[in-house]
Design a protein around this ligand. Structure first.
Ligand code: PLP
Ligand code: COI
Length: 366
């Protein structure tokens, strides 16, 4: 924690929140990222004054000057974390301190004013408390929290902004991937890379996602759910998916994931999976893995499973890889293998409070 003074949040409750019956209907099948809660958190930063004017208020459009820096030079970062209903009627978040830390690191990389970790945590807690009725109770449901920060100095000179807006919105969500298949199909991007050494790949900035969208559209055109990016230098080492990290499971039971090389997002799910796998007696290597090796190992049977992981996707098996002149399947191509299933269950049980939490990952909100 950074020991900064805690801001007071001004509470301005929504004058006409969504009626309970409408909310219940929305929560029945929310999908991902389309159903939003009644409130949002907003706080402001200006050079000299620091963070100030924090409030919890009705979720509504915001007004920005057309010359606000974010529109021109893309100083924007975000986070993604989930709140869950617990058996005792309360709510808990999974490792929000890790998100707070990563948000700070992203801010530093983008030359933005860091949000004190205590402000980040207070902000997400305030929103979960006020919008507690929006946390889905159905299996697989959660409240996805989206903290983000934008540069809003009104100035067209190219320099770090002197003013920022930190906000948190929340979305009631179910599964990230729709469609009947349990395993996803992944397109290998040959023409486009996501991040280069020295770039912003390890920061959670909107620009990385903008850079991924053309490749993601190519994936959709090839009937794939996601795109996997290779490294920008040799164009051979597997880095990560557009919005998830990746793990490989071998016939000897060991796991491998690409190392954090500066161009991969350091996923909190990735870190948690490595810990759980090692505790379960599995060997986990953080070593580069080439796309050619992936194909050879899948074809020879040395590779038995592969999965994507992240806050939105949780743990999702990868069933098939497609590229311009071919494809190959992993495992049976449609469902999760044993190790993927076991790791997913271990993680989800901790997240939902149905298994012990020896690492103190679960953060009780109320
Ligand atoms: N990689 C990218 C590019 C992502 O967008 C995400 C999602 O946040 C991840 C990896 C996984 O990170 P986490 O497990 O912290 O959600
Ligand atoms: C998340 O998992 O939180 C992300 O940011 C990934 C995005 C694909 C929704």
């Amino acid at each position: 924690m950074d020991g900064e003074s805690i801001l007071h949040f001004d509470h301005k409750p929504h004058a006409s929140p969504v009626p309970a019956d409408e909310r219940t209907a929305l929560l029945a099948n929310p999908g991902f990222g389309r159903v939003f809660t009644d409130h949002m958190v907003i706080a402001r930063y200006s050079e000299g004054r620091g963070w100030h004017s924090a409030s919890v208020e009705a979720r509504a459009p915001i007004s920005l000057d057309p010359a606000a820096a974010v529109f021109h030079y893309a100083q924007e970062i975000f986070e993604g974390l989930k709140a869950y209903r617990t058996a005792d009627g309360g709510a808990a978040m999974f490792r929000p301190d890790a998100n707070a830390r990563r948000f700070k690191e992203s801010a530093e990389r983008m030359a933005m004013a860091p949000v004190p970790e205590s402000l980040f945590l207070d902000a997400v807690c305030e929103l979960v408390k006020v919008d507690r009725d929006w946390i889905p109770t159905a299996e697989g449901g959660s409240l996805y929290l989206r903290p983000f920060m934008i540069a809003n100095e009104v100035f067209l000179g190219v320099k770090p902004s002197s003013e920022y807006l930190f906000m948190v919105i929340a979305s009631s969500v179910g599964a990230y991937f729709k469609g009947g298949r349990e395993a996803v199909q992944v397109w290998v991007s040959q023409d486009y890379t996501r991040a280069a050494p020295g770039g912003t790949g390890a920061a959670k900035c909107g620009g990385n996602y903008a850079a991924s969208l053309l490749a993601q559209s190519e994936a959709i055109r090839h009937d794939c759910d996601q795109v996997v990016f290779l490294d920008a230098v040799e164009r051979k080492w597997v880095e990560e998916l557009g919005g998830m990290n990746v793990f490989f499971v071998f016939e000897d039971g060991s796991l491998q994931t690409p190392p954090l090389n500066g161009s991969i997002l350091p996923g909190i799910t990735r870190d948690s999976i490595m810990t759980l796998a090692r505790e379960g007696g599995l060997t986990v290597r953080e070593e580069p893995y080439s796309i050619d090796q992936w194909r050879q190992d899948a074809e020879s049977g040395r590779l038995t499973e592969a999965f994507a992981c992240g806050t939105a996707a949780v743990v999702t098996p990868i069933g098939e890889l497609r590229y311009p002149n071919g494809s190959f399947t992993i495992g049976n191509g449609v469902s999760a293998g044993q190790t993927t299933k076991r790791l997913k269950t271990s993680l989800v049980d901790i997240q939902r409070g149905t298994a012990p939490d020896p690492h103190g990952w679960v953060y009780k909100v109320f």
